[in-house]
Design a protein around this ligand. Structure first.
Ligand code: TGC
Ligand code: FAD
Length: 395
């Protein structure tokens, strides 16, 4: 496939740029330039072939996209949450799978080691994860427990010799086939959920690849299988017990997804806008027809609303005031908006919309995963429903 030129023009209808600091704009610019140079030219080819572009791991590390809010002493970027959000926006503008790689590494692997780990664990793992020397994954979902992780069966038993024995299986795990390190959530003998760091090479630990995905094809997904894996007790994350451990990580990752999904939507909108001005039918550009303008007008309206919501969420996150329920709303909204925009943009491109000549169909298929993982659309509706009514409709 021919190398692509990326002519992305970022939509900013309500001058949201004016709300950003110079540092935040600089961060965004560097990731945008990286995506134009290293991701856009190759990503369609990798997605078509269902290959994970392994080279992005050290590249993203070098760019500071892994753990940007983790303190610099552990290799993180020491940046604020709006910078982090803008990074995720730009990465997902390129491809949701690339953003996934960064989200998992930063929010689901580095964050729990930083937040729930001890100093030795932080020093041992965080710098290597930050630089991209190591890739990590996060194991919460199981074959029979997705939306309801509280019912997980994966378990640890004290082996009496400084080790625990880990048994069970995790499914749908991003980065798993290439990861050196897995943060795994399991039940202990007191029935409490605990996190532990499992390393590739531990006997009884395998990571079979998941094949046949029509979505996130350039992201590697796999299982984590544990068959009496002897994990040193020192690999248990000491500072959290219970489901709030993994759910706390999800809040950080959902935050990044809310920004990321809008990045994908911005790319779909920009592609459809440019196409509508160039594609002539019935003697004029299709952008001159009212039906196409309605689609574009609705797209830019929804993108703008979501950009403002994300910015406000970032401010609250920086102030330590955001609630998990607010993050949940922003994640759900961004995914729904982006999914609808991708579908409409694809239609606006006519037959060309189903080809890899344009990014839109790839985004559209990717977003089906993004609206499903980190809590499905339904689960996030129920989180908001419970928050506003005080009544639990999950069970
Ligand atoms: P519940 O009783 O509500 O809560 C248990 C404890 O956790 C606390 N909590 C949270 N803390 C931080 N952030 C959140 N978002 C939190 N939600 C709840 C809660 O306060 C409580 O604390 P405590 O101190 O009282 O113990 O738990 P529940 O079992 O009723 O479940 C609630 C529910 C359904 C919302 C939760 O299970 C859920 O969110 N389910 C969705 C599962 C999910 O999102 N899985 C994601 C797997 S990872 C993934 O998809 C990665 S893809 C990444 C990529 O590739 O980019
Ligand atoms: P289910 O929970 O079986 O849900 C099926 C349907 O039932 C959904 O429509 C859901 O909304 C609905 N439903 C469930 N409960 C209720 C209810 N109470 N009320 C109403 N409707 C309900 N997980 C990880 O741990 N780590 C990862 O890195 C990871 N990466 C992923 C990558 C990809 C590409 C995908 C697709 C998934 C990934 N996941 C990961 C798993 C993801 O988080 C789960 O798929 C998601 O949480 C949903 O779980 P499930 O697939 O088991 O669906």
């Amino acid at each position: 496939m021919a190398v692509k030129t990326d002519n992305f023009q970022s939509p900013d209808y309500f001058n949201v740029d004016e709300l950003l600091s110079d540092e935040q704009k600089l961060v965004r610019e560097s990731v945008r330039n990286y995506v134009k140079k290293e991701i856009s030219p190759i990503i369609e080819d990798y997605a078509q072939k269902a290959l994970f572009p392994e080279q992005i791991v050290p590249q993203l590390g070098g760019l500071g996209c892994f753990g940007p809010t983790i303190p610099e002493q552990y290799g993180g970027g020491g940046l604020d949450y709006i910078s982090y959000g803008l990074m995720m926006q730009e990465l997902e503008r390129g491809d949701s799978g690339v953003r996934s790689t960064a989200s998992v590494q930063g929010s689901l692997v580095m964050y729990p080691i930083y937040q729930y780990g001890n100093e030795e664990q932080r020093n041992k793992y965080l710098p290597k994860l930050a630089s991209g020397e190591w890739l990590g994954c996060f194991g919460l979902t199981e074959p029979n427990h997705g939306s309801d992780p509280s019912s997980m069966l994966t378990n640890i038993k004290d082996n009496g010799d400084g080790y625990v024995l880990l048994n069970g299986a995790k499914m749908w795990i991003s980065n798993a086939p290439f990861a050196q390190v897995a943060v795994v959530w399991a039940r202990n003998e007191q029935n409490e959920i605990q996190g532990l760091i499992v390393e590739r090479g531990m006997e009884g630990f395998s990571t079979p690849t998941t094949h046949g995905k029509w979505s996130l094809r350039a992201s590697a997904t796999g299982e984590l299988v544990f068959d009496n894996v002897k994990v040193p007790k020192e690999n248990i994350l000491p500072n959290v017990k219970g489901l709030k451990g993994p759910l706390g990580c999800l809040t950080k990752a959902r935050y990044g997804i809310a920004w990321g999904a809008i990045g994908a939507a911005m790319d779909c909108y920009d592609t459809a806008l440019q196409y509508s001005k160039e594609r002539i039918q019935f003697g004029k550009p299709i952008g001159g027809f009212q039906l196409q303008q309605k689609k574009l007008a609705e797209m830019i309206t929804e993108i703008t609303k979501a950009q403002l919501l994300n910015w406000r969420m970032g401010v609250l996150m920086n102030e330590g005031k955001v609630t998990p329920q607010q993050v949940s709303m922003a994640k759900r909204n961004a995914c729904e908006v982006a999914t609808n925009i991708a579908r409409n943009a694809r239609q606006m491109l006519g037959g060309m919309g189903i080809t890899g000549e344009y990014s839109v169909m790839r985004h559209m298929m990717n977003l089906e995963s993004v609206i499903t993982y980190e809590g499905t659309h339904d689960i996030h509706l129920l989180i908001t429903g419970m928050d506003v009514t005080g009544l639990n409709a999950f069970k």
